[in-house]
Design a protein around this ligand. Structure first.
Ligand code: GDG
Length: 495
């Protein structure tokens, strides 16, 4: 790192996130003596909330991240080859973490301690121990080292999400001036919960090493500010910042957006249009509701199925005329809670279909694997409503994507009040998914208002998703806030 204070512009972001937006596989047919055997490594681009947001930003960036389990046990020679291939093909830099450390860092400390606590579920005591914390720190240090190795003058570092809470700390040890922004994609919980973490001090202190910390909503921001003041003795809130140990950290709500051009392009694709026509024909006269979630206990999937059960119990007129089309992407299947949730979900869906289904009607259509994004656009486009039942959710991009794909149809968004999107999309039918009876009634109301009141609500949401809160806007806003925060902290340090 140079020790130049960056004041005028950010020429490039170094994005750091747990995973790179690609997965790799070894080409088993590869033979260096046979030129037609292809390249040694095959890559696939992955999708997900964070990836969708970052890919929409228009400021140049390079990306640093882990390539997943298995990458840590490659030989040194293979790591060099793979790094070269990833650099050449995508311009990204992989971080290599030994597989046993990665398991403790990712599966244990990140996903069994930080993830549940951030979503208001108490952490597993057994997962919370010195070994998993040490691995978490070791992995975060590897990220910081990789960042400093690619750093060039004019760069700003943009660290993403809870897996990398300690990266700002290790970066600051190397440079007191490198601009560091951090964005949290999940909720920041109430201090009452966060302060039960034994590592609360180190985690918050590291975030205060940033110039800017961004959240999806004002509530999450507020929770962070009060947590910092309770945990760090000298921390005090001043305006939109926290001052502690001579550092000034700007804390802001900067809600993520999606890239509407990607979804509009899908909708204009003739293959997608053909699929939309086919679905319209196949589901004529049926109220179609779409759901699309990672199978994660934060998404409230069992509650969603119970809401459908309730709807079909109370509204017999919907029998034969209603379908929930649910996509459930398998997630973190090496964690016990996720395997159990998958079993529970399959059982509940089977029960509802068994209870109400007939030879020519299945109320819940379930796909338990990822679908292609253009196919997803078609499902969004033909659905009369989208049902989001998260028990906690940082934002929920599915809600935004649905609104974008409802350009012509103006369907209803039925949205949990525990998803951050609720604060952004004021034209939604909000539900408390724990209140099954009222949620079922709201869904019924929303379906009955499609084409009437739902249309007004939709137009309100549509403007937000496609104009005022796009991923592009998000990137620009974050960059501007980061620049402002650098100037502020510069003045502060020189006072
Ligand atoms: C985290 C936070 C926050 C889903 N199924 C398929 C597919 N997807 C894509 C969706 C959407 C993304 O995955 C899911 O985003 P969410 O926001 O709903 O949820 P998380 O993955 O939990 O994301 C969340 C987000 O970060 C961003 O800050 O909103 O609160 O938990 O983009 O379209 N994509 C494809 N096939 C699928 O089957 N191609």
């Amino acid at each position: 790192f140079g020790e130049q204070q960056q004041e005028s512009n950010i020429t490039r972001f170094i994005i750091a996130s747990n995973r790179l937006p690609i997965t790799f596989e070894r080409n088993v047919d590869y033979d260096p003596s046979k030129p037609d055997s292809g390249e040694k490594w095959h890559f696939k681009e992955s999708s997900g909330g964070l990836i969708a947001g970052v890919k929409g930003i228009t400021i140049p960036y390079t990306w640093i991240g882990w390539l997943g389990q298995g990458s840590g046990s490659l030989s040194d020679e293979e790591k060099i080859e793979l790094t070269k291939a990833v650099k050449q093909k995508f311009g990204y830099t992989p971080v290599f973490i030994p597989d046993d450390i990665a398991n403790l860092y990712y599966n244990v400390f990140s996903n069994q301690v930080l993830w549940p606590i951030s979503h208001y579920l108490q952490f597993t005591q057994s997962a919370q121990n010195g070994t998993s914390w040490d691995a978490y720190c070791q992995a975060n240090r590897a990220f910081a080292d990789a960042i400093s190795a690619v750093y060039e003058e004019g760069d700003a570092v943009w660290v993403h999400d809870y897996q990398l809470y300690m990266v700002p700390h290790y970066l600051r040890q190397q440079s007191s001036t490198v601009p560091i922004g951090f964005f949290l994609h999940i909720p920041f919980p109430s201090s009452e919960l966060f302060r039960t973490l034994p590592q609360r001090y180190q985690l918050i202190d590291s975030l205060l090493d940033c110039n800017l910390v961004g959240f999806h909503t004002h509530d999450y921001r507020q929770h962070f500010v009060s947590t910092a003041q309770r945990i760090i003795l000298d921390a005090r809130a001043e305006g939109e910042s926290i001052i502690s140990r001579g550092r000034q950290t700007s804390c802001q709500a900067v809600p993520i957006g999606i890239d509407p051009t990607v979804w509009n392009a899908h909708l204009e694709n003739p293959t997608v249009q053909k699929l939309i026509e086919k679905l319209k024909h196949d589901f004529a006269g049926v109220k179609l509701v779409i759901g699309c979630d990672r199978v994660d206990y934060t998404k409230g999937l069992p509650l969603k199925i119970k809401i459908i059960d309730q709807l079909l119990t109370t509204h017999k007129e919907l029998h034969g005329k209603f379908v929930l089309f649910q996509i459930g992407i398998p997630s973190r299947m090496d964690v016990k809670e996720y395997q159990e949730l998958t079993d529970e979900l399959h059982k509940l869906i089977g029960e509802v279909n068994g209870k109400f289904g007939t030879i020519d009607w299945t109320p819940i259509h379930y796909i338990g694997r990822p679908v292609k994004q253009d196919e997803l656009a078609a499902y969004y486009a033909v659905s009369d409503a989208c049902l989001v039942t998260s028990v906690r959710d940082g934002m929920n991009l599915v809600a935004l994507e649905y609104v974008c794909c409802q350009k012509d149809h103006h369907g209803a968004l039925v949205l949990s009040e525990f998803a951050g999107a609720r604060f952004l999309l004021s034209g939604s039918y909000t539900i408390n998914p724990f209140d099954i009876e009222n949620s079922a009634e709201t869904l019924n109301l929303a379906l009955s208002e499609v084409g009437k009141k739902a249309s007004e609500k939709h137009l309100n949401n549509y403007k937000i998703v496609t104009l005022t809160n796009t991923a592009e806007e998000w990137g620009l806003r974050f960059a501007q806030l980061l620049l402002d925060s650098i100037k502020d902290s510069f003045f502060h340090l020189n006072e």
